[in-house]
Design a protein around this ligand. Structure first.
Ligand code: ADP
Ligand code: MG
Length: 745
């Protein structure tokens, strides 16, 4: 597909794309899986998991005892028996090669937020001019990529480059398919020579262990731990994204470099009519979604929903939830597939949190809960009546954790991109609060006062009689404005940005929950003593939870989080409002954060400091790149264009005057235009010198300096340029417009 060079080329080419569409779509949709006569939906069932080294494949290919031992590792999170690694590696290799693979890779999650891979061939020269294929247990279990250029936040210097990847057997191995290359991908953790986590997976796995131990302690107190060998945190991440025609994308250096428009006057129409939200999915997008789903199904990613989102050009995909580790790997794959499949349809998928000013940005709602390996969701209020005090313990533990560590949760979703979204009027504000819904809020209120005796509306619980309520599932309305909302049997962390990994927010949630559960368990155990009677246990729980609620209820808020008076109210309650990423960065190294991560053995002080450094640098780099891209666009695209327009206006004045006609009106227009151009040039210079002024700062000072000195200059430059866009001839303006990008589908 050849890309156009100008907006006009782009528009012509888009028209041409539709003419070519049917053949293209036919290839994408059937692609060999659907035989003649197959129904549209039918083939997907056979595709699902096709590219995964799944339990089904393993059962077929591994000796019985090896299979059993391996399944044990996966389900219990137990260490892998090293003796079986060779057998597994061999089976994996055979399966991969039979499916067309030539290479394998240790696939990992560096601190960049994306995934990394370095491919190695299965092929080994046999010394006689031929080659054999080889893949050993050692190669499966451990790798040493020369990955010294990844951000480590100072944990290792480039000259001490050793970094190891270690197989995470709890997440399935899969095949990644390119046009003519198939690669066996092995999910791995990435650690330094000294064993420090250089990635996002290692802390996530540690946090899952921590929250499992803590939750099992609570279950033990209630005697509900029989048969439970592990509690897993679960995650279902809804992904919002934008699609624009790729020809517009390649004509916008800002989208190309920064995935966000740094200039652009608003379109006359955007989302005012709410006619895009949940609307009929445009045909080209629909074909794209089906193609993505096909790839994701083959990878075993259980995507389930698709729909139009609020902004024109915005869409959403969501999976069925899975354990947090697998869900995280699958979320990364989802983003990758969304990005790589779009060009096949002449489109570009944009995962940035705020690609277009003035319309909704994109989030990633992280649905999170805890479940036993026997299948009980511990955040489901509808458990058997006798376990409901247990539910209230888990609920209050969440309240305590979120209130205590609100700054940390805010910090885990901080990024240059998300700063444009959090607090804008479609996204939850930067103030972290919890929405419980009417029913739970009422129970919490009653519990705070003493013994709850009643329940709101159509509910069937009588806390007064048993103190162990049966709580109906739909216990209240939803609150779409809350950053952390209870949604029936899970919490939905809605402040997470669309472009990042869910690993870090999940790691933080698991960690602070583990800390909170341990604290509550300590109190219950010391107050109730050994083997308390059920009545004593209930009374103890009530009094412990009462004090938790008293202390932490300030974090509960059911009102409109978008309303400006919530900011005043939150301030009165003493809730932190960390407005931008530079405000959140110090949280990583605060005493409170360090204690939570250290006590749960999730991250050491040094590992936290390295994250502080890596995320500071990421913010600074992203912001500086945006500033430089703006400067380059303003100088090489916008200024030349507006000078052309200025010359045209001047020529018009001269020609009109030569014809002996009064030109006052055109002269005024020229005057105003020239003035705007001058303002723009001044704004360019101001941005340039502001950026130069931050060059010598280190990573501690740079983020704040960029936010305070550079970003305001970027805003000014954008204002000037957007004003010019409104007054410049369409055939002269060098960039695709908001209307074109948002409405051509
Ligand atoms: P909505 O947009 O109404 O929030 P969606 O169906 O788009 O609903 O997304 C809800 C997400 O929550 C899905 O990914 C779903 O699998 C997930 N989910 C449901 N139950 C749980 C749970 N117990 N733990 C984690 N995620 C869950
Ligand atoms: Mg949702």
């Amino acid at each position: 597909m050849s890309e156009g060079t100008s907006r006009q080329d782009a528009l012509r080419a888009i028209a041409g794309w539709y003419e070519k569409t049917p053949a293209r779509a036919g290839v994408a949709l059937t692609n060999g899986y659907a035989g003649p006569g197959d129904s549209y939906a039918g083939p997907w069932h056979r595709v699902f998991g096709k590219d995964v080294f799944s339990q089904r494949v393993m059962r077929e290919r591994l000796p019985k005892d090896v299979f059993k031992s391996f399944v044990n590792t996966i389900s219990q999170g137990k260490p892998l028996d090293e003796r079986i690694a060779d057998t597994i590696a061999n089976a994996m290799k055979d399966w991969a090669i039979e499916n067309g693979a030539t290479h394998y890779t240790h696939w990992f999650h560096p601190l960049t937020g994306s995934t990394a891979e370095k491919h190695d061939s299965f092929l080994i020269p046999d010394g006689q001019g031929g080659a054999v294929s080889e893949f050993t247990g050692a190669k499966l279990v451990q790798g040493e990529p020369d990955a010294s250029s990844f951000p480590s936040g100072g944990v290792r210097a480039t000259f001490e480059a050793r970094g190891y990847t270690a197989w995470d057997a709890t997440s399935p191995v899969f095949l990644s398919r390119g046009q003519n290359a198939v690669t066996l991908c092995i999910p791995t953790a990435f650690v330094s020579f000294g064993g420090e986590a250089l990635d996002k997976k290692t802390p996530l796995l540690r946090s899952m262990d921590a929250v499992s131990d803590a939750a099992r302690r609570i279950l033990k107190i209630f005697g509900t731990d029989t048969g439970v060998s592990r509690v897993v945190s679960t995650c279902g991440a809804e992904q919002e994204y934008f699609l624009i025609d790729r020809r517009f994308y390649v004509n916008r250096p800002d989208l190309l470099m920064c995935k966000r428009t740094l200039f652009g006057a608003p379109s006359p129409k955007d989302q005012q009519l709410d006619d895009h939200y949940f609307g009929a999915i445009p045909e080209r997008v629909h074909m794209y979604m089906a193609a993505c789903e096909e790839v994701l199904y083959a990878l075993g990613v259980p995507v389930a929903t698709r729909h139009n989102e609020v902004s024109p050009g915005q869409f959403e995909i969501a999976p069925v939830f899975e354990n947090a580790n697998v869900a995280t790997d699958h979320q990364q794959l989802t983003m990758q597939v969304l990005r790589t499949v779009a060009p096949r349809f002449g489109m570009q998928c944009i995962l940035h949190e705020k690609p277009f000013a003035g319309v909704n940005g994109s989030g990633k709602h992280v649905n999170w809960a805890l479940a036993t390996d026997t299948g009980v969701n511990l955040l489901d209020p509808r458990d058997e009546a006798h376990t409901n005090m247990q539910f209230l313990v888990f609920l209050c533990a969440v309240i305590q954790a979120v209130d205590t560590h609100a700054p940390l949760l805010r910090a885990t979703v901080g990024s240059a991109g998300n700063d444009h979204r959090l607090g804008a009027n479609e996204a939850p504000p930067a103030i972290i609060s919890i929405f419980l819904g009417d029913m739970l809020q009422d129970i919490i209120d009653q519990l705070e006062k003493g013994t709850p005796t009643s329940t709101k509306k159509n509910a069937n619980l009588d806390l007064g009689a048993t103190a162990l309520p049966q709580i109906p599932r739909d216990s209240g309305d939803r609150n779409r404005t809350s950053p952390f909302a209870f949604t029936g049997n899970r919490f939905e962390f809605r402040a997470v940005g669309s472009s990042g990994s869910v690993a870090w927010p999940l790691t933080a949630l698991n960690t602070i929950m583990a800390e909170s559960l341990h604290a509550i368990a300590d109190e219950i155990e010391s107050a109730a003593g050994k083997n308390p009677t059920p009545a004593k246990l209930t009374a103890t729980c009530k009094s412990v939870l009462k004090s938790v609620i008293k202390k932490h209820k300030r974090v509960l808020f059911s009102g409109d989080n978008y309303a400006s008076n919530w900011h005043d109210e939150a301030e009165k309650r003493g809730l932190p409002n960390l407005r931008s990423t530079p405000d959140t960065l110090p949280v990583f190294t605060s005493k409170q954060t360090q204690a939570a991560f250290k006590n749960t053995k999730v991250l050491s002080k040094r590992e936290l400091e390295s994250r502080h450094a890596a995320y500071s640098e990421k913010y600074a780099n992203e912001t500086s790149i945006e500033a430089r891209t703006m400067l380059s666009m303003a100088r090489t695209l916008i200024l030349p264009a507006v000078l052309r327009q200025q010359a045209e206006l001047a020529e018009t004045v001269a020609a009109t005057e030569a014809a002996g006609v009064n030109t006052q009106d055109t002269r005024d227009a020229l005057d105003i235009y020239v003035n705007q151009v001058t303002q723009t040039r001044m704004a360019i210079d101001a941005l340039e010198s502001a950026l130069a002024g931050t060059q010598d700062f280190d990573h501690h000072k740079l983020p704040t300096a960029l936010r305070d000195q550079v970003i305001p200059r970027m805003d000014e430059l954008r204002k000037c340029a957007d004003e010019l866009e409104r007054h410049t001839a369409d055939d002269i303006w060098p960039l695709p417009s908001y209307a074109e990008m948002l409405f051509v589908r």
